[in-house]
Design a binder for this molecule. Structure first.
Ligand code: ADP
Ligand code: ZN
Length: 207
């Protein structure tokens, strides 16, 4: 199954995509993780993407479209994949049509005030993509999954979070209508615990 995760920053795309990856044994393809890995490795891609990401702006369409097309051509995507954070603009969705067939676009929905709280307390593992909230870490500073040190993303500060929400509302939210018209949209209200929301995600996918 080829799945797209839609939703505002902090709606839980990364968390649920990772759980689904383990359950379905198909890769999670997170453009945010790929870009952050490129920044960490100081590649040309990373250097050009960094200023957009730190400011909460979108990286230019042609850049992300290129990395996703290349990634989906790899062997491990043959039996399906979960796109997490792509597409983020209508232009990206149009380009995706040229090299992929999507089965479902899952929209994770959450009120704005919950988003701010979640993002400002978020800690991430840059090695494996794990995400945590300080309220459940009890002071622990390393990743439960791989042991690497957890960090706060530069774009998880309050000013940048607000800008990312504005960018989301202007550029990405129109994809909800877009996939509705394509007949591929399913919406999951993510107001419960992670486990409850995960159950709702799996139900929406008939798993
Ligand atoms: P979140 O969903 O929490 O905002 P991501 O890790 O998906 O975080 O993305 C972080 C940043 O990476 C975005 O704010 C943006 O700058 C960049 N990015 C990720 N995916 C895309 C994309 N599909 N198009 C443009 N920029 C992207
Ligand atoms: Zn980790």
């Amino acid at each position: 199954m080829n799945i797209i995760f839609l939703g505002a920053p902090g709606a839980g795309k990364g968390t649920h995509a990772q759980r689904l990856m383990h359950k379905m044994n198909i890769p999670q393809i997170s453009t945010g993780d790929m870009l952050r890995a490129a920044i960490k490795a100081e590649t040309e891609l990373g250097l050009s993407a960094k200023r957009y990401i730190d400011a909460g702006e979108l990286v230019p369409d042609e850049v992300v479209i290129g990395i996703v097309e290349e990634r989906l051509a790899q062997e491990d995507c043959k039996n399906g994949y979960i796109l997490d954070g792509f597409p983020r603009t209508v232009a990206q969705a149009e380009a995706l049509k040229g090299f992929a067939t999507i089965d479902v676009a899952l929209n994770l929905s959450l009120p704005d005030e919950m988003i701010i709280r979640r993002l400002s307390g978020r800690r991430v593992c840059l090695k494996c993509g794990g995400t945590y909230h300080i309220s459940s870490l009890n002071g622990r500073e390393d990743c439960e999954a791989c042991g690497d040190k957890l960090v706060q993303r530069k774009d998880d500060t309050p000013e940048t979070v607000q800008n990312r929400l504005n960018v989301y509302n202007a550029q990405t939210a129109p994809l909800i209508d877009y996939y509705e018209k394509e007949g591929l949209l399913k919406t999951v209200e993510c107001l419960g615990t992670v486990d409850e929301n995960q159950a709702a995600v799996e139900k929406a996918l008939n798993l």
